[in-house]
Design a binder for this molecule. Structure first.
Ligand SMILES: [Zn+2]
Ligand SMILES: [Zn+2]
Length: 337
């Protein structure tokens, strides 16, 4: 009994303390991230580039230009990740508020958030760090002091993409001099300065390589999620639905999944754009499509049985921001085998 009350106190302290800990640590993380980017730029000019020759040559301008472009993209998308709201349930959903003591027949208990006290969409989850409901919540990221959700997932992915590319680019320039000097104990080139900071050169080589692998792995994971119209929590639920269907001798597929190209276009607001395959890299050069789906409602077909949230034969009603039904399609999601 005594142990239970201690456990309860610990759980309460954890639940209340975690949001505070995230709010304290996140500004530190942001300073570290910006500091790392600044250090990389400084060392590029003072340590890496002098190894390759005199400044103001064509090679110097081209390689430095590409480096500055990559750093600017990293900082721009990092800013967007922090500043762009992840997306919250639309006004239509919020109308269905529960009056204390009364049961509102229109309120669906499954989608009622007891913290926000309104009915949310099926694809909405409550973030305990931010204390709000977020549409298509992937996770809360302490590095951006924000949730990753419907409206900033593309910026989060682009941030990961440019960090991976930028780190790989820096490693391509810093690893050869680091390797030559450390393992062969000889000068990398005739341009190598007499005195170099070996500790900083090691950092400029090892850290980008480590980040390329770590952030690159995360980038590939989010590429898969965006391309298959899932979030990380949905991936777990979808795996569960697949397993349940498999045990019944059926095949389950994600009713939101419209194919990689269509999913990618939808997420980046590039529907019906012939140059979507390149434009997604530069979201500031195009006006995102207004048809940015914010909800997919799945109607269960109870006659054929129930499989988790997604029935064996589901109707996917995809609503636009305006709340009007823009696409109604009947997706046969289970194929008997
Ligand atoms: Zn909520
Ligand atoms: Zn959050």
């Amino acid at each position: 009994m005594h142990q239970t009350s201690i456990q309860k106190k610990l759980l309460t302290a954890g639940r209340d303390g975690l949001p505070l800990a995230f709010k304290i640590i996140s500004p530190v993380f942001i300073l570290v991230a910006v500091g790392l980017a600044g250090t990389a730029v400084y060392q590029w000019f003072h340590l890496v580039m002098p190894m390759y020759g005199p400044p103001y040559t064509a090679f110097y301008f081209v390689s430095t230009g590409i480096g500055i472009f990559l750093v600017s993209q990293i900082l721009l998308h990092y800013y967007n990740c922090i500043m762009v709201s992840p997306g919250s349930p639309g006004p239509d959903d919020r109308q269905c508020k529960r009056t204390p003591g009364l049961r509102d027949v229109d309120c669906d208990d499954n989608n009622y958030c007891k913290h926000c006290k309104f009915v949310t969409g099926e694809d909405t989850q409550h973030c305990f760090i931010c204390g709000r409901c977020v549409t298509d919540l992937d996770h809360h990221c302490p590095w951006i002091m924000n949730c990753v959700g419907r409206d900033n997932h593309k910026y989060f992915f682009l941030f990961l993409f440019y960090v991976t590319t930028g780190c790989l680019y820096l490693a391509c320039f810093s690893v050869p001099p680091f390797y030559t000097i450390t393992y062969y104990h000889k000068r990398f080139s005739e341009f190598q300065p007499r005195r170099i900071d070996h500790g900083m050169l090691s950092l400029c080589a090892i850290l980008p390589m480590t980040l390329t692998v770590a952030v690159g792995g995360m980038m590939l994971w989010h590429c898969y999620l965006l391309g298959t119209a899932q979030t990380s929590p949905e991936f777990a639920l979808n795996c569960h639905s697949k397993l349940r269907a498999y045990k019944k001798g059926q095949r389950w597929s994600n009713p939101k999944d419209m194919g990689f190209a269509k999913n990618w276009q939808t997420r980046f607001g590039l529907e019906n754009n012939n140059f979507w395959f390149i434009l997604w890299l530069f979201p500031y050069v195009y006006e995102p499509s207004k048809k940015n789906y914010d909800r997919v409602e799945i109607e269960e077909d109870l006659e054929d049985g129930r499989l988790g949230n997604h029935g064996p034969s589901s109707s996917a009603i995809i609503k636009s921001h305006a709340g009007a039904v823009s696409i109604q399609q009947r997706a046969q999601t289970v194929h008997h085998v």
